[in-house]
Design a protein around this ligand. Sequence first.
Ligand code: MN
Length: 131
Amino acid sequence: MAGELILVVEDRALNLKLLRLILERRGYRVSEASDAEQARASVSKQRPELILMDIQLPDVDGLQLTRELKSDNGLRGIPIVAVTSCAMVGDEQRALAAGCDAYVSKPIDKTKLMDRIEWLLHRGPKLPSSA
Ligand code: MN
């Protein structure tokens, strides 16, 4: 792995810890944000190579934050993987419509998550489908 920086936007400490562990074990560097405000600050300061975006956040929801980032010319090239806990019909379509490049549901399937991340970082820009 090349040690790309991945920003994990996730408000639950335990999920954050788990994702950090999975990603660091694969050789990625990880930065963390637990709400949209921290995420914006981290994106402009560190410019991560990819963002894992929890959809349920305490302030602005992850889809709204995704729309915001994808409407910024300087930032829309950063791939965003949506992570959602209540996998419901239409979630994936909503995530993709908001501008997310891929979608995974919780509980996280590590293999699926890493496949999507590696695809987006090295083969991008869009995955055929997911779920
Ligand atoms: Mn959440």
